[in-house]
Design a protein around this ligand. Structure first.
Ligand SMILES: [Zn+2]
Length: 83
């Protein structure tokens, strides 16, 4: 029976999906909706992992992508322990 694929903002599920798809480690697919750069909805985008987490002030980011509209970086923090 057909079913609809959910694409929640769930890092663990994203990691699993990528493992199954054989995508290189360090890159994850995340939804970039309400983009912090341009406020558009980009849908699923590949985010690359920083070699070392980037610390900005008291915030830490683990992955980044480039906003296709503004050509500016989108920074996110992905934790592995979200259930
Ligand atoms: Zn954007």
């Amino acid at each position: 029976m057909p079913h609809t694929m959910r694409t929640p903002f769930d890092p663990q599920e994203a990691f699993r999906t990528l493992q199954q798809a054989g995508v290189k480690p360090g890159t994850i697919m995340l939804r970039a909706n309400n983009c912090p750069r341009c406020k558009q909805h980009h849908g699923q985008m590949p985010f690359s992992e920083f070699t070392k987490p980037l610390v900005v002030g008291d915030r830490e980011f683990t992955h980044y992508a480039t906003c296709p509209a503004a050509q500016e970086p989108i920074l996110v923090k992905v934790t592995h322990d979200i259930t």
